[in-house]
Ligand binder design. Structure first.
Ligand code: AP5
Length: 214
C-alpha cells in the first residue's frame, strides 16, 4: 500500500504516520526528519537545505529528490509519505517513480485542521533531540523534559516560532494545498477531520484505509 499524508504544518502528519506504520506495517518516510538529519550532520545536501528550512520556505526539488531516491521502498511493505510531495512538480515526479516500478499511489489522506489549532500545536511541540519522538508541552508530566524512549533532552524545533510558523502556513497554502485537487481528480483523496485526540484521528484514518482495501 502506497500512501501519502497531506496536511498543513502541525496537522499531525508525523504523529499519525508513526501510528499507521505500527498498525499497517508500512515504512514511514518523513521528509522533514530526513532533512533535519542531513542538516545536523552538515552534509552537502544539509548545507543546501538549511537556510530554506530556517526561513520556512520549501527546499529546492533537486535536494528533496536526491534525499528521496534511496528511501522509497517499492517492495512488499509499501510506504507512508509524510512531507512529500509538497508541490505539483514533486507530485508528478512521484507518479513517474511509481510508474517506472509498475506501482501506483493508492491513498492520499488529507488531514484538515483549523489554523488556530495548528498554531497552538506547533508552538507547544517538543521533539526528542536524539530519536525525534514528538511531544506536546501539554502532555508532559512533571518538570523533566526528557524523552520517555531514550532519555535525551526534548527541544523546540527552530522553525516552531510564531513568524516562521506563519510563513510555513503561507507556503503550504500556495504550493501544497493545490495537491488536494490534483489527488481528488485522481479519485484517491480522502479528507479526514484532524482535530480531536490523536486516537480519534487515528480511528478516522483507519476507517478510510480499511474502506480503501475493500
Ligand atoms: P516538516 O518537518 O515536514 O514540517 P511540516 O510539514 O511543517 O509538518 P510538521 O512536522 O510541522 O507537522 P506535522 O503535521 O507532522 O505535525 P506533528 O505530528 O508533528 O518540514 C519542515 C521543513 O522542511 C519545511 O518547512 C521545508 O522547509 C522542508 N521540507 C520538508 N519536506 C519538503 C519537501 N517535500 N519539499 C521542500 N521542502 C521540504 O504534530 C504537531 C504537534 O501537534 C505535536 O506537538 C503533536 O504532539 C501535536 N498533535 C498531533 N496530533 C494531535 C492531536 N490530534 N491532538 C492534539 N495534539 C496533537
Amino acid at each position: 500500500m502506497h500512501t501519502v499524508l497531506l496536511g498543513p504544518p502541525g496537522a499531525g502528519k508525523g504523529t499519525q504516520a508513526e501510528r499507521l506504520k505500527v498498525r499497517l506495517g508500512l515504512v514511514h518516510i518523513a521528509m522533514g526528519n530526513l532533512l533535519r538529519e542531513v542538516v545536523k550532520k552538515k552534509t552537502s545536501l544539509g548545507e543546501k537545505a538549511r537556510a530554506f528550512m530556517e526561513e520556512g520556505k520549501l527546499v529546492p526539488d533537486s535536494v528533496i529528490l536526491e534525499l528521496l531516491k534511496n528511501e522509497i521502498e517499492f517492495e512488499k511493505k509499501g510506504f507512508i509519505l509524510d512531507g512529500f510531495p509538497r508541490n505539483l512538480s514533486q507530485a508528478r515526479k512521484l507518479d513517474e517513480l511509481l510508474d517506472k516500478e509498475a506501482e501506483k499511489l493508492d491513498l492520499v489522506i488529507n488531514l484538515e485542521v483549523k489554523e488556530a489549532v495548528l498554531i497552538e500545536r506547533l508552538k507547544g511541540r517538543l521533539i526528542c533531540s536524539e530519536c525525534g519522538r514528538v511531544y506536546h508541552k501539554s502532555n508532559i508530566d512533571g518538570p523533566s523534559k526528557t524523552c520517555k524512549d531514550c532519555g535525551a533532552p526534548l527541544l523546540q524545533r527552530n522553525d516552531d516560532n510564531s513568524d516562521i510558523i506563519k510563513k510555513r502556513i503561507e507556503v503550504y497554502l500556495e504550493h501544497t494545498h493545490p495537491l488536494i485537487d490534483y489527488y481528488r481528480k485522481k479519485g484517491i483523496l480522502r479528507n479526514v477531520q484532524g482535530e480531536g485526540t490523536s486516537e480519534e484521528v487515528f480511528q478516522r484514518i483507519m476507517e478510510k484505509a480499511v474502506s480503501y482495501k475493500l
